[in-house]
Design a protein around this ligand. Structure first.
Ligand SMILES: [Zn+2]
Length: 326
């Protein structure tokens, strides 16, 4: 969920992250949010690029203490003791990005696996095209499908799907949310969830990175008031997808879910303050990691000097792509 921490997840349980989750887009999105299909595919791409770049990280060069010496400048100069081949093959930038967002190093295998597992699960989501029931459905009905019953809210088309409180869009400030089925739902042991994009978000004329082709993200950075990551529907959807119950699992002994870790769960300046344990279970940390992993494909990365305030710079480095996925 975006902007309302207490309502993010109703159930927490663990499934193997390799399950093939299929999504559908409800007809309520057809006119209200015509680009939601492009946006979810871009969110999936952000997750895929996160996995591919993590798999190509140069663990031997990305200790946290090494940032300033192994980093590449905007001019893309090559560190003297690396061969050109090494420079091309090894993705130093993803390790630096990982340490800035998750407060640990790329050598922290447990943390890398946590992030990789979540992102890999999202990367494997596909559109439901066989006409069967999807595991995950996106709605743009502002939660109008929920009916109020005695002490609960429920779906008339699926009375077992109940909410313990009013649907999220009816709460001021909520932009989007994910609902997973309650514990007594017949499909609880399978994958089943819904995302609602509330009207507050649907009316913001949000875009995808593709819509911004040619736009120079280095001019304003991640916290620019006029154009920033929260103008991207794909970033919101990647955030929501991290909440999907299929990949909720015991990341720590205390908590088994990726949720919105308060206080201040959102925005760049807040997520980079989160210590390792909180960062690894906070949805927006994943959303920003995926966005920045994908922006690397356009030759953008965080500035060494101004990364805390979200400054982006150009680099000649281009991360390797695994074309086998496409
Ligand atoms: Zn959330």
């Amino acid at each position: 969920m975006i902007l309302w921490a207490a309502f993010a997840v109703f159930a927490s349980f663990y499934f193997s992250p390799s399950l093939a989750v299929q999504y559908d887009i409800d007809s309520s999105c057809s006119f209200k949010l015509a680009n939601v299909g492009a946006a979810i595919e871009e969110a999936i791409l952000m997750a895929r690029r996160s996995v591919e770049r993590l798999d190509n990280a140069a663990a031997d060069h990305t200790n946290a203490d090494d940032h300033t010496t192994t980093d590449h400048t905007a001019a893309g100069h090559i560190i003297a003791d690396h061969t050109i081949a090494d420079h091309t093959a090894a993705d130093h930038d993803i390790g630096i990005l990982f340490s800035r967002i998750f407060h640990t190093t790329i050598s922290d295998q447990e943390a890398v696996q946590d992030v990789r597992n979540i992102m890999d699960s999202i990367a494997n989501i596909t559109r439901n095209i066989d006409g069967g029931e999807a595991d995950l459905t996106l709605y743009c009905d502002n939660d109008a499908r929920w009916q109020q019953g005695p002490g609960t809210y429920y779906l008339p088309t699926d009375p077992h799907f109940k909410l313990p409180r009013a649907p999220a869009c009816r709460s001021p400030g909520t932009l989007a949310t994910m609902y997973s089925v309650p514990l007594d739902h017949p499909r609880h042991d399978k994958l089943f969830a819904q995302i609602t994009v509330c009207d507050r978000l649907a009316t913001m004329s949000l875009s995808t990175l593709q819509d911004y082709l040619g736009f120079d993200w280095s001019t304003g950075g991640l916290m620019d008031p006029t154009v920033n990551p929260y103008h991207l529907l794909s970033v919101y959807l990647l955030h929501e997808l991290t909440h999907f119950p299929a990949w909720q699992r015991p990341l720590t002994e205390e908590s088994g879910v990726v949720y919105d870790v308060g206080p201040n769960s959102y925005w760049w300046q807040n997520i980079i303050q989160k210590p390792r344990e909180d960062a690894l279970i906070n949805a927006d940390n994943y959303a920003f990691f995926g966005l920045l992993a994908h922006l690397g494909d356009s030759g953008l990365k965080l500035s060494d000097d101004g990364w805390q305030v979200g400054t982006l710079v150009h680099t000649e480095f281009r991360p390797m792509m695994n074309f086998g996925f496409f």
